[in-house]
Ligand binder design. Structure first.
Ligand code: DQA
Length: 147
């Protein structure tokens, strides 16, 4: 049966391409979506790719796709470092969540070193730019194959 994953993106990631390119690279979110779809096609995995600037919407989407999808790739952006609500949503769902960040958050400001998501995620990929999303597809595909 065809598997399905959700890729959920948080605040300001709609600005990728022009937003602080030295930190986040010059790849746009649309281009990242295409990279994710291309990689997922290799594994016959369908992709539901979304972005929101609103914390509650991200919570709603984690709840929704946590039951409708086989796994979630989540870049909660700044909410990673602030949101107990997103922690609780990830903890509440059955689907595995892979946390992704374009930048190496540990090489940046102290306030980015803590994540409310990492302890309830299966794993974390950070510091590999847009390619981190492709690595996350590989990780989720191998997990889903093993199940
Ligand atoms: C980010 C890292 C966060 O600290 C930051 O707030 C973002 C993007 C990343 O992908 O590197 O908006 O999640």
């Amino acid at each position: 049966m065809t598997k399905k994953i959700a890729v959920l993106n948080g605040p300001n990631l709609n600005l990728l391409g022009s937003r602080e390119p030295d930190t986040y690279g010059s790849t746009t979110l649309d281009e990242i979506q295409q990279m994710v779809v291309d990689q997922s096609n290799k594994y016959q995995i369908d992709v539901d790719f979304r972005q929101t600037n609103i914390e509650g919407e991200l919570v709603d989407w984690i709840q929704e796709t946590g039951s409708s999808c086989d796994g979630i790739i989540l870049n909660a952006a700044a909410y990673t470092h602030t949101s107990i609500a997103i922690h609780d949503a990830v903890a509440a769902i059955g689907a595995p969540v892979i946390e992704v960040h374009l930048s190496n958050v540990f090489a940046r400001e102290e306030y980015r070193h803590h994540s409310y998501i990492s302890d309830v995620a299966v794993g974390v990929i950070c510091g590999f730019g847009a390619n981190g999303y492709v690595l996350a597809v590989d990780a989720i595909a191998s997990m889903l194959r093993a199940n």
